[in-house]
Design a protein around this ligand. Sequence first.
Ligand code: NAD
Ligand code: G3P
Length: 336
Amino acid sequence: MSKSVKAAVFSAGSWGTAFGMVLADAGCDVTLWARRPEVAEAINTTRANPDYLPGIELPGNLRATTDPAEAAADADYTVLSVPSQTLRANLADWTSLLAPDTVLVSLMKGVELGTTMRMSEVIEDVAKVGRDRIAVVTGPNLAREIASRMPAAAVVACTDEAVAQRLQAASHTPYFRPYTNTDVVGCELGGAVKNVIGLAVGIADGMGLGDNAKGSLITRGLAETTRLGLAMGADPLTFAGLAGLGDLVATCSSPLSRNHTFGTNLGKGMTLQETIAVTRQTAEGVKSCESVLDLARRHGVDMPITETVVGIVHEGKPPVVALKELMSRSAKSERR
Ligand SMILES: NC(=O)c1ccc[n+]([C@@H]2O[C@H](COP(=O)([O-])OP(=O)(O)OC[C@H]3O[C@@H](n4cnc5c(N)ncnc54)[C@H](O)[C@@H]3O)[C@@H](O)[C@H]2O)c1
Ligand SMILES: O=P(O)(O)OC[C@H](O)CO
């Protein structure tokens, strides 16, 4: 009998747990690392993670532990799902525990502040493994829907297509359909920038600006994401796919999106501190909007929507003032 595929998932937040379910449903033997003992205890004894996915029954072949060495042991796949800004410190603690040939899989959609590194770059830098052992899973994947086994497609990206194909097979279930892509840069940028555009659309929704504004922000948001991607060597077609348009549509239309909801609260007039206080889970765009703008400036790319989000979220600019400025910029061609 062939040995089952073993996966370690760090950590047991909403997407780590939901993707752990996908892997378990696809037949993998999955161990989740949880930061808090009560989360691991609940998963092991009640088959539930009430803090992150209330009401969801977890499969029997998914266990949890607070011991990172136990989770990492012999894992074919080491899946990383922590906040983007803590990945570097977390992975530094775990690197010595990793199984020798494990493939590191990023579920994260952010850009590191200061270094402007994408998550796969942080992994390469900290774990000192080649790009052929680093994969990214991205696309329109709201954790709550996936955990309810509602249908979704996704992208598994790796510079080594054979590695992407193996992870594709290891995560393919009747409700989760992964496609492969070798454009890691484009896939990661699509995921990180859509959170920023999700904030912008949420702000517009909170201000009651209507569906034309939403369609305009999604489309122009995709245009500025593509401009950045082109400057960074990505394939522009990636942004028309699941990691680009697909994820933007899901994020910008769903009340399940933390970034969209965060923006909606700001657009309704809540202060940044009030909005942070009511946000229990990771809304990556709040921090990554600054690193995305930094990245854009380093590459000489104009990203007016991202700049507007940074102005509202981090510089205290009132949304009505930001809207007026965005709409009164000099006229230009749609192609630039
Ligand atoms: N939730 C989704 O629908 C979804 C879908 C796709 C991608 N993502 C991405 O996945 C990543 C994780 O998001 P999430 O939704 O699971 O977030 P979450 O807030 O639900 O969970 C975050 C997890 O990280 C842990 N954590 C927080 N701070 C930590 C620290 N300092 N050190 C170690 N662990 C820490 C928490 O205990 C928790 O288990 C993000 O980059 C997000 O953009 C989320
Ligand atoms: O809840 P959000 O805004 O982090 O979005 C979740 C996923 O990235 C949607 O694909």
